[in-house]
Ligand binder design. Structure first.
Ligand code: PLP
Length: 405
C-alpha cells in the first residue's frame, strides 16, 4: 500500500482539459476554438475522400496481412515521405544522404530525433536545444524527457503580433557554435507566424556561420497554404544550402490521420556512409522504444503518395481544408474590421498561416471569451481557425469584439 504514496497528482493537459469543459457545457452556441484538429463547415471531423479510397483498396487486397513492419518502417512509405518533404530535386536524396524512419506521428519523430541527439550529438557545452518562445508545449516535455534542456529563443513580438526577427537573429548569433535550434517548418504553432522567404535566407546564413543544427518540425505541410511544395520551402532551402539538419514529419493534419499516428524522421547526412551509420543507430533506438511502427496508416499514405491519381486527389483534399481555413480568416477579418469596427488592428488574422491564430487577446480577455461567451480558447489568446465555420463566425466575431472593448 505504501509503494506509490509519494507519486504526486499531475495537472491535466490544458488542451484536453479545455475540450472536456467544452463537452460538458450545455450552452447551445458554445464554440470550441481550442481543438487542434480540422473540422468541416458543419463542425464535424473530416475523413479525406482520398483516405477513404485508399482504405478501400487496402481492405480489398487479398494479400494484406498483419505481419510486423521492418524496425524503421514501411520502405515505400519512408521513401515517398522523404520525397514529399525534400522535393523530387533534392540533392541529398539523389546522393542517398537521407536516413528516413517511420515514427509514431510527429510526436514520435520529435522524440526519436531528440533521443538521437541526446545520444550522439556533440553538444558544445551542456545538452541544450533552443526552442521558439512560444512553441508547441510538448516540445519542452519531449526534450526534457531525454535529458536535453530547452532554452527559449525570441520569436513572437506581442507589439506587432508578428515575428521578432531581430530578436531571433540575435539569439542565433549569441548562442554557442553548433547549437541545435528547433524550427517550425511552416504554420508555427501556436502563433501562426512564419518568417518570410527573405527572412529564412538570413536565418540560414547565421546557421551556416555558427554551424548550428536545424531540428525542423513539420506538422502542417500543405495544410498551411494548401500547397505541399510551398509549405516545404524552408526545409528544402536549408537542405539546398547544406545546413546540418533533420526533419520531423507528421501526416496527422494534412491527411486527417490523427489517431493512426503516421509520421517520419529524416536525417540528412554528410555522405552516404555517414547516413547509413545514422540509420543503423536510429534503428537500434527504435527497437528498444517501439520495436516497429504500426502498419495501417503508413500503408494508406504509401498508396496515396505512390499513385499518381490518388496523389492528385490528396492535393485536392488538402486544398479543400486549407482554403476553408483561409476563407474563415478573410471573413473573420472582414466582420471585425468592416462590420463591427472592432478597436485595434486585426491584419495579423490574415497574415498568419495554418490552423492557429494568435489573436492578441490577453489572459483576462481570453478567459472572458470562455466564461462569458462559452467560446473555448487557451489563455495565451490562441484560437484554432478550424473551430470557426459559416454558422458561428458572427457569434465568434461579436464575442471577440466585446472581449476587447
Ligand atoms: N509538432 C507540432 C508543432 C504540432 O503542432 C503537432 C501537433 O499538434 C505535432 C508536432 C505532432 O502531432 P502528431 O504527433 O499528432 O503528429
Amino acid at each position: 500500500a505504501e509503494t506509490w504514496q509519494s507519486v504526486p497528482l499531475a495537472p491535466p493537459d490544458s488542451i484536453f482539459k479545455l475540450t472536456a469543459a467544452y463537452k460538458s457545457d450545455t450552452f447551445p452556441q458554445k464554440v470550441n476554438l481550442g481543438v487542434g484538429a480540422y473540422r468541416d463547415d458543419s463542425n464535424k471531423p473530416w475523413v479525406l475522400p482520398v483516405v477513404k479510397k485508399a482504405t478501400n483498396i487496402l481492405l480489398n487486397d487479398p494479400a494484406l496481412d498483419h505481419e510486423y513492419l521492418p524496425i524503421t518502417g514501411l520502405p515505400e512509405f519512408n521513401s515517398a515521405a522523404a520525397k514529399l518533404i525534400l522535393g523530387k530535386d533534392s540533392v541529398a536524396l539523389r546522393e542517398q544522404r537521407v536516413a528516413s524512419s517511420q515514427t509514431i506521428s510527429g510526436t514520435g519523430a520529435n522524440h526519436l530525433g531528440a533521443l538521437f541527439l541526446s545520444r550522439f550529438y556533440t553538444f558544445n557545452g551542456p545538452k541544450q536545444i533552443y526552442l521558439s518562445n512560444p512553441t508547441w508545449a510538448n516540445h519542452h516535455a519531449i526534450f526534457k524527457n531525454v535529458g536535453i534542456e530547452p532554452v527559449d529563443y525570441a520569436y513572437f513580438d506581442p507589439k506587432t503580433v508578428g515575428l521578432d526577427f531581430d530578436g531571433f537573429i540575435s539569439a542565433l548569433k549569441s548562442a554557442p557554435e553548433r547549437s541545435p535550434f528547433l524550427l517550425h517548418a511552416c504554420a508555427h504553432n501556436p502563433t501562426g507566424v512564419d518568417p518570410t522567404e527573405e527572412q529564412w535566407e538570413k536565418i540560414a546564413d547565421v546557421f551556416l556561420q555558427k554551424k548550428h543544427f536545424a531540428f525542423f518540425d513539420c506538422a502542417y505541410q500543405g495544410f498551411a497554404s494548401g500547397d505541399l511544395d510551398r509549405d516545404a520551402w524552408a526545409v528544402r532551402y536549408f537542405e539546398g544550402r547544406n545546413v546540418p539538419m533533420l526533419v520531423c514529419q507528421s501526416f496527422a493534419k494534412n491527411a486527417g490521420l490523427y489517431g493512426e499516428r503516421v509520421g517520419a524522421l529524416h536525417f540528412i547526412g554528410v555522405d552516404k556512409a555517414a547516413t547509413e551509420r545514422i540509420k543503423s543507430q536510429v534503428s537500434v533506438l527504435q527497437r528498444s522504444e517501439i520495436s516497429n511502427p504500426p502498419s495501417h496508416g503508413a500503408r494508406i499514405m504509401a498508396l496515396i503518395m505512390n499513385d499518381e491519381a490518388l496523389f492528385e486527389q490528396w492535393k485536392e483534399d488538402i486544398r479543400t481544408m486549407a482554403h476553408r481555413i483561409i476563407d474563415m480568416r478573410k471573413k473573420l477579418h472582414h466582420v471585425l474590421t468592416q462590420e463591427l469596427h472592432t478597436p485595434g488592428n486585426w491584419d495579423h488574422i490574415l497574415r498568419q498561416i495554418g490552423m492557429f491564430s494568435f489573436t492578441g487577446l490577453n489572459a483576462a480577455q481570453s478567459a472572458a471569451m470562455v466564461e462569458k461567451a462559452h467560446i473555448y480558447m487557451t489563455g495565451n489568446g490562441r484560437i484554432s481557425m478550424t473551430g470557426i465555420n459559416s454558422k458561428n463566425l458572427h457569434y465568434v466575431a461579436e464575442s471577440l469584439d466585446k472581449a476587447v472593448k
